[in-house]
Design a protein around this ligand. Structure first.
Ligand SMILES: [Fe+2]
Ligand SMILES: [Fe+2]
Length: 386
């Protein structure tokens, strides 16, 4: 970040110090570096946060020097500028600029982003959940994830340990997601640890109501839901998902929510040292008939701080890959690790205890998921074909 202070302010500061007064805070620092939300084929949202209210301007273009500018009105600490009229699947360069009432000006570095691909174009993306604690593990995973040059980052909840605590966002999530967030759009959904806090809604620009939305990229649609909400058949969320899946023409349909409808976990769904397990979240399981009816390919979850890939399932039973729904738990973004139940469940194709992320490659009718550990080694993979 380069910071410039107007000469008028410098004179005032100098006079103040010469007169023996304490130096006032200069103000206008970046609290959160620029990050990217909700890319479409012709637009993207640029966000950043400053410590004092200031103007919002983005310089951008297809090359440096940046020739275009887009501004938002008013003075804000949480900045939000939508760039549109962009070319699909193309690289862009951008820089944010803010100026406060006192004349301080702040310019970020120049960063990059890509817009969404169209149709059957091939692309890759990364998946994290439960990035909530353990900054060291998260930073390692993020570095490896960015090295894949993903098109976007899916994050399935528990981004932070307590969503009501502002410093969990400014001191943990955003800084430790560097350099991914400044260059790759983040596509998040709430977990239980966000506590449905206003900070989630303030920090992210997502389609309303933000706790439930669809994200399209190429031939893929992702349906994101807050698993803290009720999913009985008459619920708003059930009816929304029913309608959205019915009208989806996407080749690949992924549902992402925090809590898993199926899990071989040790103690979240019954203490497996002493009793049998319910094998998953029963509220989340209420949506399974919709997945099976509309041919959802993958249901992506976290909450359990471990990795699990189920067999392709129909009604909780393993079936052939072309018929079933794959359930993934990718809860290894940084939370304290958990174990699988001592006895193998009928769901379980692969479990792994360790911090990790997933890298997904989509090429037309083929989709490959790789799970990477803290040393970036692949410990599991699966390929789906249509
Ligand atoms: Fe968690
Ligand atoms: Fe959780």
């Amino acid at each position: 970040m380069r910071k410039t202070v107007s000469s008028g302010i410098l004179v005032l500061l100098t006079v103040s110090v010469l007169l023996g007064g304490s130096m006032p805070a200069a103000g206008l620092e970046l609290l959160v570096k620029p990050y990217l939300n909700y890319p479409t084929t012709d637009s993207i949202v640029v966000r950043w946060e400053t410590d004092v209210p200031a103007s919002s301007l983005v310089r951008w273009g297809g090359a440096v020097p940046l020739e275009e500018t887009t501004a938002a009105e008013g003075a804000h600490t949480l900045h939000e500028v939508t760039l549109d009229g962009l070319e699909s699947g193309a690289p862009y360069f951008y820089q944010v600029v803010s100026r406060d009432d006192a004349g301080n000006e702040m310019e970020s570095e120049v960063y990059t982003f890509g817009t969404a691909m169209e149709g059957d174009a091939a692309f890759g993306f990364v998946v994290f959940c439960d990035t909530q604690s353990n900054p060291e593990a998260l930073r390692r995973l993020v570095e490896f994830a960015y090295a894949q040059r993903p098109a976007f980052t899916l994050i399935g909840g528990d981004l932070v340990s307590d969503g009501r605590e502002k410093d969990h966002w400014t001191g943990h999530f955003f800084p430790n997601m560097e350099p991914l967030n400044t260059r790759v759009p983040v596509v998040p959904i709430l977990g239980n640890h966000e506590n449905n806090a206003q900070h989630f809604y303030d920090y992210f620009t997502l389609p309303d109501p933000e706790y439930r939305y669809r994200f399209d990229y190429g031939n893929l649609s992702v349906f994101l839901l807050d698993s803290q909400r009720p999913f009985r058949e008459t619920s708003e969320d059930y009816r929304w998902l029913d309608k959205e899946l019915a009208r989806s023409k996407a080749t690949w349909k992924i549902v992402m929510m925090h809590k898993p409808p199926y899990s071989s976990d040790e103690n979240d769904y019954g203490d497996t040292a002493n009793t049998r397990s319910g094998m998953g979240d029963l509220n989340a399981r209420r949506l399974v008939p919709l997945y099976e009816k509309y041919g959802v390919d993958i249901v992506w979850n976290g909450h359990i701080h471990t990795y699990e890939r189920t067999w392709p399932l129909m009604n909780g039973k393993a079936v052939s890959p072309k018929k079933g729904v794959l359930y993934m738990v990718t809860g290894g973004g940084g939370g304290g690790l958990e174990n699988a139940a001592p006895v193998r469940t009928p769901l379980l194709a692969k479990v792994y205890r360790g911090h990790h992320y997933c890298y997904v490659q989509v090429n037309g009718k083929s989709l490959r998921i790789e799970a990477h550990d803290l040393d970036n080694r692949i410990f599991d993979w699966v390929e789906l074909n249509k």
